[in-house]
Design a protein around this ligand. Sequence first.
Ligand code: ATP
Length: 383
Amino acid sequence: MTSPDRTTIENVLRHVRTTDGTASVADLGRLDAFMLRDGVLHVAIATERGHAPALQPLLPELERGLVHAVPGCTGASVILTAHRATPSPAPAPTAPAPAGGGHRPLNLGGGAPKPATGPLPPGVGVVIAVASGKGGVGKSTTAVNLAVGLGLEGLKVGLMDADVHGPSLPRMMGMNAQPEVRDSRLIPPHKWGISAMSIGMLVDEGKAMIWRGPMVMGAINQLLGDVDWGALDVLVVDMPPGTGDAQLTLAQKTALAGAVIVSTPQDIALLDARRGIAMFEKMNVPVLGMVENMSYFCCPNCNHRTELFGHGGARAEAEKMGVPFLGEVPLLADIRASADAGAPIVIAAPDSAAGQAYRALAHTVAGALRRLLDKKPKTTNEK
Ligand SMILES: Nc1ncnc2c1ncn2[C@@H]1O[C@H](COP(=O)(O)OP(=O)(O)OP(=O)(O)O)[C@@H](O)[C@H]1O
């Protein structure tokens, strides 16, 4: 991998100008981060929110200019990371003083949660994270089905895909449309009863996978600051897998009211899940509980249950760590097929074993959220 020359890139930024010629990209923004991998130059440009509408139409010309000017570059992908000048402070959920040490599961039996840090996006009641210590355990699948399931429970739900390295939300939700821009803010598209936003709606799913730290954080900042979520009861954040810097920063920057940890039953995944729980505990984010995904295989022909990975590990681990166990989801080809087809299983087959497992999860979490939001259950989805 060659490192492109910063000056060359900045020169291109100076040469591409608005149609009236009054300003160049360099006048309106600043080169934030870049990397060249497999011939594709990924560039993040930091700008003020007010300049984003003028910059956005210049990106195709800028990308062509970069391909032309940067040696070894056969394609370019530029994103704008527009930051809000003054983050809007919002009241964090009220909570009692933490009692003693150990984990602080969100009080599923009632009572108030621990306060979360960081500002809440305007209009959003609470933010919860779906996280896993390790990739590939079904975190995104759980986040999508939980979010849509919470919508079916009558809550107003937003889903933010912060898994910027592998944004799978557009595929799993069957969303191809780019978000609308209104007053320099991104309006999240609506599907299956919820609003959803992913970096995968702004760039190709494959392109974001190789971003480095600053670009990842730029993208996450944009998702947090520049999306107009409107009035939501809950924003579900699909966290990037793991317990590294991106996860820590994200958890610190967002007023997280709780986290759902997804794990498979294998020892290795549980070890990582434990790390995930410890990370949230360190940041005083209450752990809502743990979900065991791919818990057992249920033969679609004879309904025979096979416990491929020694089912039950997550429940035992949750008990050991003093966090609630939120349920188990079977390993089923239909879950993958429905995700690939863009219709979450809670919608595609709500009464299947998998659909019921996710609906039960959503019901439990909705109960906890309602207590947080101090709301009575609604009889209909009011979206
Ligand atoms: N219970 C399940 N049964 C069958 N397939 C599943 C199940 N859960 C997830 N999958 C499939 O496993 C794959 C990985 O799932 P998913 O993308 O949700 O994992 P992830 O933990 O978010 O991964 P990453 O962190 O790498 O983004 C997907 O193809 C998904 O459809």
